[in-house]
Design a protein around this ligand. Structure first.
Ligand code: PMP
Length: 441
C-alpha cells in the first residue's frame, strides 16, 4: 500500500521507471508517448544527455549555497540568458522553484513596488475568470477557476475577476474580433474604475491559457488594449507564462506574438524541462529601480531560490531550446498536429473546437456541437479520455473547466519540442481513438 498522499486517492497509478525522448516506460514494461510533456513541462523530452551532463558538472562544483550569503556563476549566467531572450525592458530575474512560487513572488513584487514608490493604497488584483495561476493561497486567489477555488474561498484574499478572452464561447454572433477585444477591454476598464483607479495594483493573465481552457490564445490586439488600460491607470501588467512560455507556442515568450511588453512575467515548467524544479519572475527596469533606489530590499525569499543545480539544468535547457532548429520544429510540428487533429476529429459531433499555437494545442469536447452544450459533469469525460489514452499508450492532459457555472471538458497536448512527424501522427491516432471511446460509453 502506498504511503504517499496521491492527488487522486485510491486510484492505482502506473509506476514510471524510465524516460527516454518522448517516451515514459512503466514497471510493467508499457510505454507511453508523453503527449502532454507531463503538464507542459518536459519540453526536451526525457533523459536528455546534455542536460544531465550540465547537472552532473554542477553537482561536482557546488550543489547549494544560500542566497543570503552567496550568488553563483550558474545562477548569474541563467539570469543573463533569460534577459537576453526576454522582450526588451525585462532586465532582471528573480529565481524561484516553480510556477506558484513565481506567481506569489510577482504579486509581492507588484505590491512592494507600489509601497516603494509611495502608492501604498494600491492593493487590488484583477485577473480573469476561468484562469489558473497556481495552488498556493495567493496564486489560487488570483486564479478565477470556480471549481478549484470553491472550498478554499473563505481563506483566500480578496481578488477580482473579469472575462477571459475566449472567442469560442464568448464572442457574440455577428461581433467582429475587434469589437470583441474592445468589449473585453471596456469590461476591464470598468472594473478598474469600480475598484478605484488608484487602488488597483495589477492585472494578471496568461497570454495563451493553458491549464483551465486548453491552449486558448487571445484575439488580435486584446493584449495591446490591456496594456493601454494598465498604462492609463498606472497598473502593473503581470503575464503568467508558467505554462505557455519557454518556446511552447513557437516563440520563447508567448507574449512576443502580442507586440507588447509586460511589467512582470512568470515562467517555470519548460524552464527546467522537468529536470529540476525551477521558476522565475522577470521584471522591468522600472520595478527594479524602485527597489534599488528605495528600501534596497525585496521582502521575500525561499530557501531554494537560485538553486545551483536547478540553475544548471535550466541554463542548459535554454541553450538547447534556443537552437534555431528547435523553434522551427515547434512551429512545424505544431502545424502538423493541428492539421492531424482537424482531419481526425474536426468532423466529430463531440469536438467543439481545436486550437492553439506551436506545440500547445487544446481540444474542447461538447455534447452538442451546435449549442456548444458541454457533457454532464457526472460523465467525467475528461478523466475518461485520460484513461482511454493511457490504455493506448498516450499521455494527454485532461481538464475540467467551469465558466460562469458551465462545466467544460478540455484536453491539452504539449509534447516535447524534439518530436518527429511520425510521432505526431501517432498522437493524433491514439487521441482520436481515446476520445471516440470515452464519449461512446
Ligand atoms: N501558472 C500557470 C499558468 C500554470 O499552468 C501553473 C501550473 N499548471 C502554475 C501557475 C503553477 O505552477 P506550479 O504547479 O509549478 O506551482
Amino acid at each position: 500500500m502506498t504511503k504517499i498522499l496521491h492527488r487522486t486517492i485510491g486510484t492505482k497509478l502506473p509506476t514510471a521507471v524510465t524516460g527516454q525522448g518522448i517516451y515514459i516506460t512503466d514497471s510493467e514494461g508499457r510505454s507511453y508517448i508523453d503527449g502532454s510533456g507531463g503538464a507542459a513541462v518536459s519540453c526536451l523530452g526525457h533523459n536528455h544527455p546534455e542536460v544531465l551532463d550540465a547537472m552532473k558538472a554542477q553537482m561536482g562544483r557546488i550543489s547549494y549555497a544560500h542566497t543570503s550569503f552567496f550568488t553563483t556563476d550558474i545562477a548569474e549566467r541563467l539570469a543573463e540568458q533569460l534577459v537576453a531572450l526576454a522582450p526588451k525592458g525585462l532586465d532582471y530575474v528573480y529565481l524561484v522553484s516553480g510556477g506558484s512560487e513565481a506567481v506569489e513572488a510577482a504579486l509581492k513584487l507588484a505590491r512592494q513596488y507600489f509601497v516603494e514608490i509611495g502608492q501604498p493604497q494600491r492593493r487590488h488584483i484583477i485577473a480573469r475568470r476561468q484562469s489558473y495561476h497556481g495552488n498556493t493561497i495567493g496564486a489560487l486567489a488570483t486564479g478565477g477557476n470556480a471549481w478549484r477555488r470553491e472550498q478554499f474561498k473563505p481563506i483566500l484574499p480578496e481578488t477580482h475577476h473579469v472575462s477571459p478572452c475566449y472567442a469560442y464561447r464568448d464572442m457574440q454572433e455577428g461581433e467582429s474580433l475587434e469589437a470583441y477585444a474592445e468589449r473585453l477591454a471596456a469590461e476591464l476598464e470598468a472594473k478598474v474604475i469600480e475598484l478605484g483607479a488608484d487602488k488597483v495594483m495589477a492585472f494578471v493573465a496568461e497570454p495563451v491559457v493553458g491549464a483551465t481552457l486548453g491552449a486558448v490564445g487571445p484575439v488580435a490586439d486584446y493584449f495591446a488594449r490591456v496594456r493601454k488600460i494598465c498604462d492609463k491607470y498606472g497598473i502593473l501588467l503581470i503575464l503568467d507564462e508558467v505554462m505557455c512560455g519557454m518556446g511552447r507556442t513557437g516563440t520563447i515568450f508567448a507574449v512576443e506574438q502580442e507586440g507588447i511588453v509586460p511589467d512582470l512575467v512568470t515562467i517555470a515548467k519548460g524552464l527546467g524541462g522537468g529536470y529540476q524544479p525551477i521558476g522565475a519572475v522577470m521584471l522591468s527596469n522600472k520595478i527594479y529601480r524602485a527597489f534599488a533606489d528605495g528600501s534596497g530590499l525585496f521582502q521575500h525569499g525561499h530557501t531554494y531560490i537560485g538553486h545551483p543545480i536547478a540553475a544548471a539544468a535550466a541554463s542548459r535547457v535554454i541553450e538547447i531550446l534556443t537552437r534555431p532548429e528547435m523553434m522551427a520544429n515547434v512551429v512545424k510540428m505544431g502545424e502538423r498536429l493541428q492539421a492531424g487533429l482537424d482531419a481526425t476529429l474536426g468532423q466529430s459531433p463531440y469536438v467543439g473546437d481545436i486550437r492553439g499555437r506551436g506545440l500547445f494545442r487544446g481540444i474542447e469536447i461538447v455534447a452538442d456541437k451546435d449549442t456548444k452544450q458541454p457533457f454532464d459533469p457526472a460523465r467525467k469525460i475528461n478523466s475518461r479520455i485520460k484513461m482511454e489514452a493511457m490504455h493506448r499508450g498516450l499521455m494527454c492532459y485532461p481538464m475540467r473547466g467551469t465558466i460562469d457555472g458551465i462545466h467544460g471538458d478540455h484536453v491539452l497536448l504539449a509534447p516535447p519540442y524534439i518530436i518527429r512527424p511520425d510521432q505526431i501522427d501517432l498522437i493524433v491516432e491514439r487521441l482520436g481513438d481515446a476520445i471516440r471511446a470515452a464519449v461512446a460509453n
